[in-house]
Design a protein around this ligand. Structure first.
Ligand SMILES: *Cc1c(COP(=O)(O)O)cnc(C)c1O
Length: 425
């Protein structure tokens, strides 16, 4: 029972985002099994690469074990193009600063660290919840030597990636687009995943379509696609024996997993449709509360992967977060993300705080983070001067990801909405 109401917990858990299978997947997996293409070669991989490239409006897609692997090879390709071939193996961006999304999942920029680079974080736009183009311009002003930017679309609600791309071009920098959360979303009708010099998409189990795992690197360069294929299959040279001139990786997609992904692509639009309905039901059901949902930027069409909301400051009760723990003080008429998450969890549904910004993560605490007015690491002084607001920290403090599973029924969602409303009483 939820707090003196007659709301009972769901007998079956309502997830944040879980896989949705349809049957076609099994057909392609069975084909792989029966023809014994149970490896990293086969028809399913070829088909997934064709479909992924076509869908994302790029020339080439290379099937890999995960989006993280794709991002790693994106960084290697960009590093080679910018700085030349690193000595034999790692260090494609050794000692170089790279501008990165701040409000994202760590996998977006961990590959920069794999390759010896130094992430510099770009603050988030209040209007977009994505990388702030004004802050990016400021960062180029402060660090004119930076030649690489990695930008992710948050929760499938794109910011103006095209504007970010233009700023990169102006400064002679390359753009890696992490479209892991944004497959099928568009900006001015152009697919997410088509804006980067190199882009990556994900088929992780919680994404809009899934292979259980998997990802693709997207590019318009045949040479880069071929390099990616070679590196991802242990960098074998063309010889009768195992001949190696470069370090290799075991990053290729499995033909079995590709079977699942191949079946899933037929349902991408349906999943987007369902996710859109979830978002719209929240927007309607939470109307009148002191909250804001994910912003939809003009000219963009999200894939609505995760519905999220931030609570207005006036309606926030006291909430204090340590590194791994949190406490809050309940106040009548007010609430906070922690209380809402507890309430959601008490009815057997899954929510989550908004992604904790990278510049607040212990491992990146010494790294630069740039807002509209310059470095946020000089905050104390900046406060005195006025300005220098940390938008990412603010969205994190106020934000909640809501149960957004495409299989959640309208009735279940009404219950979630009622429980959220209860927190504001
Ligand atoms: C899920 C996700 C990734 C990682 O994808 P995997 O396929 O699990 O490696 C990278 N970036 C973002 C923004 C993600 O949400």
């Amino acid at each position: 029972m939820f707090k003196g109401t007659d709301i009972k917990p769901f007998s079956k858990k309502v997830w944040l985002a879980s896989p949705t299978m349809h049957g076609e997947e099994l057909k392609y997996v069975t084909e792989a099994y029966e023809t014994n293409w149970m490896s990293t070669v086969g028809e399913n991989i070829n088909e997934v690469e064709k479909i992924a490239a076509k869908k994302a409006e790029v020339k080439y897609a290379v099937g890999l074990s995960a989006c993280t692997a794709a991002l790693h090879l994106c960084v290697k390709l960009a590093g080679e193009r910018l700085y030349g071939k690193p000595a034999i193996s790692h260090g494609a961006v050794e000692g170089k600063c790279v501008f990165c999304s701040d409000m994202t999942f760590g996998a977006t920029l961990n590959p920069v660290v794999y390759e010896g680079g130094i992430p510099i974080f770009i603050d988030t736009g209040r209007d977009s919840w994505n990388m702030d183009p004004v802050a990016l311009e400021k960062a180029f002003e402060m660090y004119p030597d930076v030649k690489l930017v990695i930008n992710a679309e948050l929760y499938g609600f794109p910011g103006r990636m095209d504007e970010i791309k233009r700023i990169c071009e102006k400064h002679g920098a390359l753009l890696i687009e992490d479209a892991a959360e944004a497959m099928g979303a568009t900006i001015d009708g152009k697919q997410c995943g088509s804006f980067g010099d190199y882009s990556a998409i994900s088929y992780n189990g919680n994404k809009i379509i899934t292979g259980s795992s998997g990802g693709c690197l997207l590019t318009n360069s045949l040479e880069d696609a071929n390099k990616t294929r070679k590196w991802s299959t242990q960098s074998r040279e063309n010889a009768a024996w195992y001949q190696h001139e470069e370090v290799g990786y075991n990053y290729r997609m499995s033909n079995v997993i590709a079977g699942v992904i191949r079946g899933q692509y037929e349902y991408l639009e349906e999943h987007i449709d369902q996710k859109k309905k979830v978002y719209e039901r929240y927007a309607e059901g939470l109307k009148g509360l002191p909250i804001k949902m994910n912003p939809i930027m003009e000219g963009t069409e999200p894939n609505y992967w995760l519905s999220a909301m931030i609570i207005d400051e006036e309606a926030m009760c006291k909430q204090v977060r340590g590194e791994c723990d949190v406490a809050y003080v309940k106040e009548a008429g007010k609430t906070c993300p922690t209380e809402i998450l507890e309430a959601i969890s008490s009815i057997n549904a899954e929510g989550r705080p908004i992604w904790k910004p990278m510049h607040m993560q212990p491992m990146y605490r010494m790294h630069e983070v740039v807002g509209r007015d310059g470095s946020l690491r000089c905050r104390t002084n900046a406060y005195i001067a006025g300005g220098c607001e940390d938008v990412g920290a603010d969205i994190f403090q106020h934000g909640v990801c809501l149960p957004s599973d495409n299989k959640m029924t309208a009735e279940e969602q009404d219950t979630v909405i009622a429980v959220i409303r209860g927190c504001f009483e």
